[in-house]
Design a binder for this molecule. Structure first.
Ligand SMILES: Nc1ncnc2c1ncn2[C@@H]1O[C@H](COP(=O)(O)OP(=O)(O)OP(=O)(O)O)[C@@H](O)[C@H]1O
Ligand SMILES: O=C(O)[C@H](O)COP(=O)(O)O
Length: 394
């Protein structure tokens, strides 16, 4: 068990908390503030318990330069609105400078400030000890709350813990609890659903999950690499050519382990990667050579929904089709509805899967929607995340 902010007296202490405020932005505006809202319980707890709170995060990938399109200024503003108090913020190109140090030193219990994007410094992603020490020097205690970035060993997520005692916030605690129980001691039948487009990234997860699940459902852009391994025509569908052999091996591994592996039985094909393209829905062995698979067909959606209905635990990562285009959203919607209607423990991981569930208005019907994309996947793979490893044990 990891220590949390409940296990430590924060009254009157300077606390530095790493959050993942890497939220989607469009023209300087936040388009989805889920990650900001997810950190509020910890921030409010610390302020109510009279900590003087310094928050830090990255935004995007500015590659070690103070690129202002990646400033955290909009985040400071949104946080102020939610907390109904000023969130002090100075946009320093070096993140920490004399004025920032003074602000931190003068911060009173119950007050909060936010540092500028830690990735404005190249030392952040290098996990440079000097930068870690600089950040640590602002406070007496480190709170890890950045689940979405916990798979990165950076100065603000890992290195800092060499200089300060480290405890976790409530979001990390919640993520570890739900994702951990889903893989370690799942209520059975345990069904994993994998989809999306990053086949190469997700195949290692499948390998790890086969030894744990009862049923594995594969849809979305992932399915065609498996079809290829089965010798089927896949037309111009996305394919991870490097992993066809591995897909075949995984099917064999599942069979040997007695794990049911379900692939879509029918496909909505389109003539082009466009919402209004000409479409045809066919059984999987009838895909036209000049079309691409864009969604699972209705028979597959029904088959998958039936399997979900029998599950006690469901983990879902990756949409069933190109759900951003309304004409190819049906399969993802049907699967989301099946999860929403079931009594199973339902865990959603991955940015697009979470956005899909949100788009269909079903987010509050799920047991847990992870704030982590890559992080939740590495967790499900059974890897130790460096940002979690540094938190003190109880
Ligand atoms: N048949 C398909 N052809 C092409 N793209 C597809 C297909 N099915 C799904 N996709 C695309 O996959 C993308 C999501 O895949 P991805 O693997 O990134 O999942 P995710 O839930 O966002 O996980 P992560 O957070 O790890 O990125 C969506 O943009 C969707 O349009
Ligand atoms: O969005 C994410 O997955 C996290 O914020 C980590 O971002 P990164 O992939 O740029 O490290």
């Amino acid at each position: 068990m990891k220590k949390t902010i409940r296990d430590i007296d924060v009254k009157g202490k300077k606390v530095i908390a790493r959050c993942d405020f890497n939220v989607p932005m469009q023209e300087g505006r936040i388009t989805d503030d889920t990650r900001i809202r997810a950190a509020l319980p910890t921030i409010e707890y610390l302020l109510e318990h009279d900590a003087a709170l310094i928050l830090m995060s990255h935004m995007g990938r500015p590659k070690g330069e103070p690129k202002m399109e990646f400033t955290l200024a909009p985040v400071a503003e949104r946080l102020s609105e939610y907390l109904k108090k000023e969130v002090k913020f100075k946009s320093s190109p070096t993140v920490v400078d004399d004025e920032v140090k003074k602000m931190a030193a003068e911060l009173k219990p119950g007050e909060v400030m936010l540092l500028e994007n830690v990735r404005f410094r190249k030392e952040e992603t290098e996990n440079d000890p000097g930068f870690a020490k600089e950040l640590a020097s602002l406070a007496e205690l480190f709170v890890q709350e950045a689940f979405g970035t916990a798979h990165r060993a950076h100065a603000s997520t890992a290195g800092i813990a060499d200089y300060l005692p480290a405890v976790s916030g409530f979001l990390i605690e919640k993520e570890v609890k739900f994702l951990g129980s889903a893989v370690e001691d799942p209520k059975r039948p345990f069904v994993a659903i994998m989809g999306g487009a990053k086949v190469g990234d997700k195949i290692p997860v499948i390998r790890n999950l086969i030894s744990r699940v009862d049923t594995l459902i594969i849809g979305g852009g992932m399915a065609y690499t498996f079809y290829k391994a089965m010798g089927l025509e896949i037309g111009t569908s996305i394919l991870d050519a490097d992993n066809v052999g591995l897909a075949g091996e995984l099917m064999k591994q599942a069979e040997e382990a007695g794990v049911k592996m379900l692939l879509p039985v029918d496909v909505v094909c389109a003539a082009a990667f466009e919402n209004d393209a000409e479409t045809v829905t066919v059984d999987r062995d009838k895909m036209p050579a000049d079309m691409m698979g864009m969604d699972i067909g209705p028979k597959s959606a029904e088959l998958f929904a039936e399997e979900i209905g029998k599950a006690a635990t469901v983990v879902w990562n990756g949409p069933m089709g190109v759900f951003e285009m309304p004409n190819f959203a049906e399969g993802t919607k049907k699967v989301a509805e099946a999860l929403a209607a079931s009594d199973a423990i339902t865990v959603i991981g991955g940015g697009d899967s979470a956005a899909a569930v949100e788009q269909f208005g079903l987010a509050d019907k799920m047991t847990h929607i992870s704030t982590g994309g890559g992080a939740s996947l590495e967790f499900l793979e059974g890897k130790t995340l460096p940002g979690i490893a540094v938190i003190q044990d109880k």
